[in-house]
Design a protein around this ligand. Sequence first.
Ligand code: ASP
Length: 323
Amino acid sequence: MIRRCALVLAAAFLALPAAAQDSYPSRTITMTVPFAAGGPTDTVARLVAEAMGRDLKQTVVIENVGGAGGTLGAARVALAKPDGYAILMHHIGMGTTPTLYRRLSYDPVNGFETVGLVTEVPMTVIARKNIGANTLAELTALMKREGTKINLANAGIGAASHLCGLLWQNAIATQVTTVPYRGTAPAMTDLVGGTVDVMCDQTTNTTEQIKAGSVRAFAVTTKDRLAALPDLPTVHEAGLPGMEVSIWHGIYTPRGTPAAINERLSSALRTALKDPHVVARFAELGTAPVADAMAMPKAHRDYWMADIAKWRPVIQEAGQYAD
Ligand code: ASP
């Protein structure tokens, strides 16, 4: 009798993980943003998290863990329990970090499962409004003249603003001084206040500041002009085609998170990306949701691996690593 009871108990215990997955999510999910609140990654994350939460019938709260170019927040999720309650919203930094950083507390590739891509965001080349240049050619001349006296704000090594800054300095063959922040929200505050000179940042952080005239915009880093900022030339038109880059975002879970949970999150993501408020707000900020086929775990992983391979030689050639 005792033995039969033990067998029944063991069977019930073995059945638990599947049952737990069926009822997922049964409590609040934390989405880590590896940059400061109020910045571009945070803006995308908050819009998507709210809409995903509606579909999942649970709250998805945002936790900002900024610093070290996004690696502190990424580490937090890579090392979390793989139960679907710790998820990460990150950007192109997931493609550059594996090459840029030689030492990390987590595995920047094998530490994660993929859920789906979210959006691709253009970047804009901007400066404090009294910079004393009207075109990108004039700004280039000024940067070449002043060199390291120019302060370029970014969100640390591995950030999108860092990558764009590298492309920028390569394109004009000039080195400036970089000033790292925990995200480009605080960097933007200093740019508007005039304590730093230039920045390259996502339209999800810059469109409203450009429209309000609080910063000066010189170019957008995509092939085509933006509907949200139609007067802004592309970097190609403005004479620096080497600066073309756009910033993809994706959602990750810790390695070992069950596939059924990643699929559930992915389906909530696809629903969120069709939410009229998300679509409208993305358009106002110069971006758009990815197609359904890209908001899936496998498509996301393939895209991410291709991006690591794409940036590796560029970073190796620049020879600037974080140790
Ligand atoms: N835009 C920042 C970057 O350069 C990140 C952020 O603050 O969201 O990666």
